[in-house]
Design a protein around this ligand. Structure first.
Ligand code: FEO
Length: 398
């Protein structure tokens, strides 16, 4: 299965590696479908370029696949769109075989290649926005795209094939049976959204800027470095536009933890009340929920509701890391509500507000209930849910 190089468009070969064994990325994002480290060989009439490499554990696979097309020693250029080790980790090994090859990257990228992989400065050639590289019959154009996903990132476009090599941008953690997205199915777009949420959402302005730069480009194929190739590029381009620029949805994400069931009871009343107002409500119990799925929901949601019992005067530890994560990744919908129960004194709501408000989130008056909720408390929870739904509708019509 995908054990050999594949010509994905004339003169362009996928020479990447499939990693079905990996179960987590960045020690955070679960990988139920594994991932790929895609690299591409572009064969001009005179010169040959390799676009990105692979995770260092798969260097032997990359070399084997390159060898099926050309002698690896004959590579003229190695293009590094991104310095992170899952794409550049094989750089030293490849350049020690391809001795005459020049390393092409942004100026920042070359600096990182030196720090991370001990690549000597004289091996590198810095490129910037709009620079081109002629391979005879294949012309590569470089597009500056910082922060997708590190400050040095760039995109590479093959003019003749109208193919965009986008590295992390437009990627998805899927180790497929087929290289082509339309043959793999809807799971790719779903995983691309989860990937966007984890890797790209925090860089909203760079994403918007890069999408703007791609507007004028005739793109027939998007070849990212994770997951299948998009032969129907509008699917992923339009999805990204929706996630980064399109309107948010009338949707609330509730994440909560409960110790004795009191906060969970409040959660049920709140969810019911939100739904009764025709606003979508999706709830996750953080005792067992996968936080990367929560983050995916935040791509298009208008509000986040945290439910936490007060735990020794603060937020419950099972929820605390999610509060921190959400503060860090900056979802577009910044309306926040907090609820929970307490035994002898509150504190969870105060702590969550103190973490999120300075980061630009709007925190509405919290609901904290002492002890197990009685009828009156559940009615308060219900009207709290109604208030959240009302605020969501107001934010969408503003
Ligand atoms: Fe897939 Fe930012 O590396």
């Amino acid at each position: 299965m995908l054990e050999n190089a594949v010509e994905i468009t004339p003169g362009v070969y996928w020479v990447g590696a499939i990693d079905k064994e990996r179960t987590i990325f960045d020690s955070f994002m679960s990988l139920p479908y594994g991932t790929t480290y895609n690299a591409y060989l572009i064969q001009g009439k005179e010169k040959v370029a390799l676009v990105d490499t692979v995770h260092p554990e798969f260097t032997h696979i990359l070399l084997k696949k390159i060898s099926e097309v050309v002698n690896p020693e004959s590579l003229d250029f190695v293009i590094m769109n991104h310095a992170e080790p899952d794409h550049a980790g094989s750089l030293s090994a490849i350049l020690s075989v391809a001795k005459k090859a020049k390393l092409i990257a942004t100026k920042k990228g070359l600096g990182m290649a030196k720090v991370f992989y001990d690549i000597l400065e004289e091996k590198g050639e810095a490129v910037t926005d709009g620079n081109t590289l002629a391979l005879e019959g294949k012309t590569l154009k470089f597009i500056d795209a910082p922060w997708l996903h590190w400050p040095e990132t760039m995109l590479t476009y093959c003019v003749e094939n109208k193919a965009l090599f986008s590295c992390d941008f437009f990627g998805a953690h899927v180790a497929p049976e087929s290289l082509y997205e339309e043959e793999v199915g809807d799971i790719v777009l779903a995983e691309a959204k989860r990937y966007y949420a984890e890797i790209m959402m925090i860089f909203l302005n760079p994403v918007r800027k890069a999408l703007g730069k791609l507007e004028g480009l005739d793109i027939k194929l998007v070849a990212p470095s994770h997951g299948p190739v998009w032969r129907k590029p509008d699917r992923i381009l339009n999805a990204y536009k929706g996630w980064a620029i399109g309107p948010l949805r009338p949707k609330v994400v509730i994440i909560y933890v409960s110790m004795y069931g009191s906060t969970a009871e409040l959660e049920k009343s709140i969810v019911e009340a939100i739904r009764a107002e025709d606003v979508e409500a999706v709830a996750y119990n953080m005792l067992n929920a996968d936080v990367s799925h929560v983050v995916q929901e935040l791509v298009d949601s208008s509000a986040i509701v945290f439910g936490s019992p007060s735990f020794y005067g603060g937020v419950h530890p099972r929820l605390a890391s999610s509060v921190e994560l959400i503060r860090t990744i900056k979802p577009r919908g910044k309306l926040v509500a907090v609820f929970g129960s307490y035994g002898w004194g509150g504190g969870a709501a105060k702590e969550i507000k103190a973490r999120l408000q300075p980061a630009g989130f709007e925190v509405i008056d919290p609901l904290e209930i002492q002890g197990p909720p009685r009828m009156e408390s559940l009615q308060k929870a219900s009207s709290f849910g109604k208030t959240i739904a009302k605020r969501v509708k107001e934010s969408l019509s503003a």
